[in-house]
Design a binder for this molecule. Structure first.
Ligand SMILES: Nc1ncnc2c1ncn2[C@@H]1O[C@H](COP(=O)(O)OP(=O)(O)O)[C@@H](O)[C@H]1O
Ligand SMILES: [Mg+2]
Length: 226
C-alpha cells in the first residue's frame, strides 16, 4: 500500500489556545517500505499516526492511500479502511485482559468477517507466526510477559492481513533485547508480506535499521540525518 501525504495539518483547540500538532506535513511511502518516525514527546507522532489510520480527521491536507484520499471517505468507508487495511500496534498492547491470547486474536478475526469455525485455528496459526505456542495461546495477557503480549498484539494486528501497519512506540515498554526481537518481527513482515509499516520510536538504534527515518519537530516533518 502506498501513501502520499500532502499539506497535512492538525490543529487542536485547547483552553490555552490552538495547538498546532501537525503543520503542513508532506511525505510519501512506497508499498512494502518500512519507515520510522522519531521526535520528542509532544512533537505530534501519535497525532500523525491517528490521521494516517483515519482515527481522527485532519484540519487540512490529503492522505492518498493507493490512489484514494482517505480524509474524504464517509464514516462507514473510514471504518472499513481501518478494519480491513490497517493493523494497529500500540505501546500499551491494548489486549482485552479477561480474554485469552487466542480469544483476543479471534475477536479481531470476527470483526474481519472470518467464519466462527475457522477462527480458532487461524488465531493459533497467527500466534505461532509471531512465536506464541499453543500453551501460551490459552493464557490471559496478565499471565504473559510484556514481550509476549506485544507479540499477541502484533498477531491481532495481522488478523485481517493488513497492507499497512501503524505502530506507536511498540517497543517502548520492553527491555532492549525484547524490543529488538519485536522490531525484527515487524521488519520480517515488511519483507515477507510486502506490508507497509510506519513505526514511531524513541530508539535511534531501531530507527537506524528502517528504510528511512523522519523526525517530527514542532509539528514539522523533516528528514532525519544521522
Ligand atoms: N485531543 C487533543 N486535544 C488537544 N491537544 C492535543 C490532543 N491530542 C494531542 N494534543 C497535543 O498535540 C501535541 C502532539 O501530541 P502527540 O501527537 O500525542 O505527541 P507525541 O505522540 O509525539 O508525544 C501535544 O502538544 C499534545 O498536547
Ligand atoms: Mg505519542
Amino acid at each position: 500500500m502506498s501513501i502520499e501525504v500532502t499539506g497535512l495539518t492538525k490543529t487542536f483547540q485547547a483552553p490555552g489556545g490552538d495547538v498546532h500538532a501537525l503543520n503542513d506535513i508532506n511525505f510519501s511511502v512506497k508499498t512494502g517500505q518500512f519507515i520510522s518516525i522519531i521526535g520528542k514527546s509532544g512533537s505530534g507522532k501519535s497525532t500523525l499516526l491517528s490521521q494516517l489510520g483515519a482515527l481522527d480527521q485532519p484540519t487540512k491536507g490529503e492522505i492518498v492511500v493507493d490512489g484514494q484520499d482517505i480524509t474524504r471517505l464517509s464514516g462507514s468507508a473510514q471504518t472499513a479502511y481501518r478494519s480491513k487495511k490497517i493493523g494497529f500496534v500500540f505501546q500499551q498492547y491494548n489486549l482485552i485482559p479477561n480474554l485469552t491470547a487466542a480469544e483476543n486474536v479471534m475477536l479481531a478475526l470476527e470483526f474481519g468477517g472470518v467464519p466462527s469455525q475457522q477462527r480458532h485455528d487461524e488465531a493459533l496459526k497467527l500466534l505461532a507466526s509471531v512465536g506464541i505456542d499453543e500453551d501460551q495461546a490459552q493464557r490471559r495477557p496478565g499471565k504473559l510477559s510484556g514481550g509476549q503480549q506485544q507479540r499477541i498484539s502484533i498477531a491481532r494486528a495481522l488478523a485481517n492481513r493488513p497492507s499497512f501497519i501503524l505502530a506507536d512506540e511498540p517497543t517502548g515498554n520492553l527491555d532492549t533485547e525484547t524490543g529488538k526481537t519485536i522490531f525484527k518481527l515487524l521488519h520480517d513482515l515488511s519483507r515477507s508480506h510486502d506490508t507497509t509499516i510506519i513505526v514511531v520510536t524513541h530508539d535511534l538504534e531501531i530507527a537506524g535499521k528502517t528504510d528511512h527515518t523522519y523526525q517530527l519537530k514542532d509539528g514539522k516533518l523533516i528528514n532525519y540525518k544521522k
